[in-house]
Design a protein around this ligand. Structure first.
Ligand code: HEC
Length: 124
């Protein structure tokens, strides 16, 4: 029994070490954003019209790149270092980030872009 308990304790502590606490599931570390809200906002802004996005129903657009594994991609738009801050800026104003690219400025507010980024960063 004691051995079983210590095994459970060990399993729990390794889960914590692996970052499986509730907070880290909300999005990237040191970045505020609500990934659940972000999921709803992606539907609201209609990003799926241009992008294939995992976990978002009907997000099967093929104008822009599929956002599979975008949380671990090295560069955004093949040009900008991928970090949560840069992704949020991209979503707010892709024309400022990379003038002339096809993704339009969609009026995404700073808070909304952070929530969307938190969700996109769960796509590893
Ligand atoms: C009219 C089509 C269109 C819409 C709508 C659109 N995008 Fe894009 N998006 C693009 C295109 C095209 C690119 C690629 C730009 C490039 O590489 O120059 C892109 C690139 C991106 C990237 C970078 C991906 C990568 O791997 O380089 C992210 C992240 C992204 N879009 C998120 C969003 C989000 C979030 C929304 C909704 C708020 C959205 N997009 C709406 C067309 C669109």
């Amino acid at each position: 029994m004691e051995a079983l308990l210590s095994l459970i304790a060990l399993a729990c502590s390794s889960l914590l070490l692996a970052g499986c606490d509730v907070k880290s599931e909300q999005g990237p570390p040191n970045f505020s954003g609500d990934s659940k809200r972000g999921m709803a906002l992606i539907k609201h802004y209609g990003c799926g019209g241009c992008h294939l996005i995992p976990q978002i129903a009907d997000a099967r657009g093929n104008v822009g790149p599929p956002l599979l594994h975008v949380g671990t991609r090295t560069y955004l738009a093949g040009f900008i270092s991928n970090s949560p801050e840069n992704m949020a800026l991209w979503i707010q104003d892709p024309q400022r980030a990379l003038p002339g690219n096809v993704m339009p400025r969609m009026g995404v507010t700073p808070q909304d872009s952070r929530d969307i980024t938190a969700f996109l960063y769960t796509l590893k």
